[in-house]
Ligand binder design. Structure first.
Ligand code: LLP
Length: 412
């Protein structure tokens, strides 16, 4: 049963009434289930136990310290993409030996900070980056481990903004360049080529594109093994999707493992996985309160107190996220669920059947645990929402609602 289910007509997060959370903490409100996070982590580890991967939770999906420390306590490492994520991960208790650092634009400061902590490896996205890492490591008197990110030119059939492994994308090195990049790297005294990396995109619902990309990367492993004596890790990135639409099926973990495990074993390397959305997406909802219901000649608008600054996925990717009433109702209406932001692109659901609601009713946007709060902004000078973690029948605030003073902090 979902951790967000109705009991006596009221939506619960595990054993806590979402209505009572909205009363106590106000709206908009992110509510997460600790059990869901743990269960999903367990399901993923179990599916891949044949290769015993290092799970490096992708911090960008949800960077709240309590979420991070939950995964670190389960043995997870961290996939980071900035100095800020390094800071957050370390604050939350990450083991630096389980941190991998990706991203096309690492600055010297970020690289130095990560070298100081002796992270597991940098995912290197370009030849100039290898040189920069080597120079930073040399200045620190250390050797930095790197893993080249391969762009396998595979179509993962997801939204074009979150496709990362096609040849027109900015990420990684073309397969044909990797061996040469390895030769360049092994000549540098302060880097060691410790692995290969791939990440072909996000919200991928079928396992086949992963297998196709992996074939490319495993083939490359054979090719560079002779060049790189320190090769040890094969990082297969994140990207496992979740069903947002009612007609979508959950990602088939067994099929994914069935396709990937033999290929991973063939590589003989230790496996790293960087899941984000899969672990936290379904573990969170965004609760909002209806402010107005308005109608024009063309459509009905439900105006909520949450908008694109709280949850940008619908606006940015025209992403579908289910909207459910907090108090069950049979009534349905057709229209848009919009926020208060001054943009026509500010919607949480568009052209949709919605629960029939009135001013004051509560709605929950499902599957908001990943890329929800982590992409929130203060646009229109709106303080960011509070976040609550539910554990059984208890609820803990894990981030307080921002105040008006927070909005101007730092301005001078
Ligand atoms: N590893 C790397 C190198 C990544 O760039 C990403 C996500 C992940 C792992 C985690 O991917 P996941 O398992 O969560 O799919 N904001 C978009 C998603 C952007 C993903 C960016 N990279 C969305 O809301 O759909």
């Amino acid at each position: 049963m979902s951790v967000f289910a109705y009991v006596n007509g009221v939506l619960r997060a595990e054993d806590v009434s979402v209505e009572s959370l909205a009363e106590a903490y106000g709206t908009p409100l992110y509510v997460y289930s600790r059990r869901a996070m743990r269960d999903r982590y367990a399901a993923l580890t179990a599916a891949l136990k044949a290769v015993d991967p290092l799970i490096a939770y992708s911090v960008k999906a949800n960077a709240n310290r309590s979420v991070l420390s939950e995964f670190f306590a389960l043995g997870s490492g961290a996939d980071i993409v900035s100095g800020g994520e390094l800071f957050r991960a370390l604050r939350a208790g990450a083991d630096p030996a389980k941190i991998v650092f990706a991203g096309v634009g690492k600055t010297r400061e970020e690289i130095v900070a990560a070298i100081e902590k002796d992270i597991l490896f940098f995912t290197v996205e370009s030849e100039p980056e290898t040189e920069r890492i080597s120079a930073c490591a040399s200045a620190a008197g250390k050797t930095a481990r790197i893993a080249f990110r391969v762009n396998p030119d595979v179509d993962p059939q997801t939204h074009r903004y979150i496709t990362t492994g096609k040849k027109e994308n900015k990420f990684g090195l073309d397969r044909a360049r990797v061996a040469q990049a390895c030769r360049q790297a092994v000549r540098l005294p302060h880097v060691s080529v410790a692995g290969l990396h791939m990440h072909i995109g996000s919200q991928i619902l079928s396992p086949e594109p992963f297998a196709e990309a992996l074939d490319c990367v495993v083939g490359l492993c054979e090719e560079i093994r002779g060049i790189c004596p320190d090769l040890r890790w094969l990082d297969i990135g994140g990207g496992i999707g979740i069903p947002y639409r009612p007609e979508e099926k959950p990602f088939d973990l067994a099929a994914y493992a069935g396709l990937l495990v033999p290929r991973l074993k063939r590589s003989g390397l230790s496996v790293v996985l960087e899941p984000g959305r899969f672990l936290v997406g379904p573990a969170g909802i965004l609760v909002c309160r209806v402010q107005y219901v308005k109608e024009n000649a063309f459509r009905k608008f439900v105006v909520a107190d949450a908008g694109m600054n709280d949850l940008i996925r619908p606006s940015l990717y025209e992403a579908f996220q289910s909207v459910v009433p907090v108090r069950e109702t049979e009534g349905r209406m057709f229209g848009d669920l919009v926020g208060p932001i001054c943009e026509s692109g500010d919607f949480l659901a568009r052209d949709r059947e919605l629960p029939e609601v009135r001013e004051g009713d509560l709605l929950a946007v499902r599957d908001a645990g990943a890329y929800g709060f982590s992409m929130a902004s203060n646009y229109n000078s709106r303080p960011r929402a509070a976040e609550i973690m539910v554990d059984g029948d208890r609820a803990f605030p894990i981030r307080t609602r921002e105040t008006l003073e927070d909005l101007v902090r730092g301005e001078c």
